[in-house]
Design a protein around this ligand. Structure first.
Ligand SMILES: C[S@@+](CC[C@H](N)C(=O)[O-])C[C@H]1O[C@@H](n2cnc3c(N)ncnc32)[C@H](O)[C@@H]1O
Length: 342
């Protein structure tokens, strides 16, 4: 378990010094800034020797910890194995999903990839496999990945009280969407919800576990993801809430039924706006519309697309909120727009 306390930013330096003096600062992980609906916080990583409560702050489990790229062991390892020129390419971070480490290793370090994998495994002793990441492709969001060490690529990732079983070489899981998954876990209480791009249950599972809507219809077109969606429904005991449907959401959404529609897919999400609006109850409902958009258009283009789709169905729109989820690529943001359509 990776332990932390979450504290107000102004207490950061004082707490860091106390943790260093008390020898319970975990120096393998970064002190991380986070922002959620309750405000901005610092997460201070703690070793197992820290008490359960530190200076009135409850110790909690950290999700998706950020490890230092240059802790002492790592630095020693780098010096011993890489030339000055190669050092510029050595990965400066990695992701853990369940007990699997996922890391990008550039082509120039091809001959050293196993050495890097071994070093990462020794740095993260709870992990069992190391997988090299080459990115995500196409409509089905298929990851291109290579198993470097270990024998398993299937794992159960625990996050925010939910279990996400997945094969990391077959389905994607975006660490950057963590706050949005948590936000969705607070929505939908007592409602009828349609998740048009359900994947393995990224949004449906936390919403079902924490908010307990009346019903969530989760639609997924990729069979590998769909199979994990079905498993995750069982694993999280939400079979009484989520009804999984295998297929294309442009054909299978139950029209006129939903209080809320989730559109957690980027690429050509606007193509599906008409169907999403038809899926809402005729009296109206909420859309969570995702889009990747150049930074300077993030406050106009997605909102205009929603308005245009609604107008063509003779509906009105109230834009409730636009949130930036993450930087998608240089100059491009992944945003989500909450809109009431009626
Ligand atoms: C990228 S995932 C969602 C990721 C999620 N936002 C997260 O938190 O990581 C989107 C899913 O939509 C599915 N998908 C794409 N087009 C679809 C369609 N027309 N109907 C149903 N599912 C679709 C993909 O297979 C993929 O599993």
């Amino acid at each position: 378990m990776y332990r932390i306390i979450r504290i107000p930013p102004e207490k950061g330096e004082e707490m860091r010094k106390k943790a260093v003096a008390g020898k319970f600062l975990d120096t393998a992980r970064k002190i991380r800034k986070i922002k959620n609906d309750e405000g901005s916080f610092l997460e201070i990583p703690l070793t197992n020797s820290a008490d359960e409560i530190v200076e009135d702050f409850q110790v909690i489990e950290q999700e998706n910890p950020d490890f230092f790229d240059k802790s002492f062991i790592w630095e020693e390892f780098l010096k011993n194995h890489f030339s000055e020129a190669e050092l510029a390419y050595v990965p400066s971070g990695w992701q853990t999903l369940g007990d699997i480490i996922i890391v990008r290793i550039p082509e120039v370090l091809e001959d050293n990839k196993l050495r890097i994998a071994e070093a990462l495994l020794s740095k993260c002793p709870n992990c069992k496999s190391v997988v090299r990441d080459f990115g995500i492709e196409g409509q089905f969001r298929l990851p291109k990945r290579e198993l470097l060490l270990g024998s398993r690529t299937e794992t159960v990732h625990k996050e925010h009280g939910c279990f996400f079983k997945q094969d990391v070489t077959k389905v994607m899981y975006s660490k950057g969407n963590l706050e949005e998954r948590k936000r969705m876990s607070r929505m939908g209480k007592g409602e009828v919800v349609v998740d048009m791009f359900a994947g393995i249950g990224y949004f449906s599972i936390p919403m079902a576990v924490h908010s307990r809507p009346k019903k969530i219809t989760g639609i997924e077109i990729n069979f590998e993801s769909f199979a994990y969606l079905e498993e995750n429904i069982k694993l999280n005991r939400v079979g009484n809430i989520i009804v999984p449907i295998f297929g294309d959401c442009s054909k299978f959404t139950p029209e006129g039924t939903a209080d809320r529609v989730l559109m957690g897919y980027v690429g050509n999400t606007d193509y599906y706006l008409g169907q999403a609006i038809k899926t809402l109850k005729s009296s109206g409902g909420i859309l969570h519309y995702h889009e990747t958009v150049p930074e300077n258009l993030s406050r106009t283009r997605p909102q205009e697309r929603i308005r245009k789709a609604a107008e063509s169905l003779e509906k009105k729109v109230e834009i409730l909120e636009t949130r930036s989820i993450k930087k998608y690529s240089p100059g491009i943001l992944h945003v989500v727009v909450d809109a009431r359509v009626f």
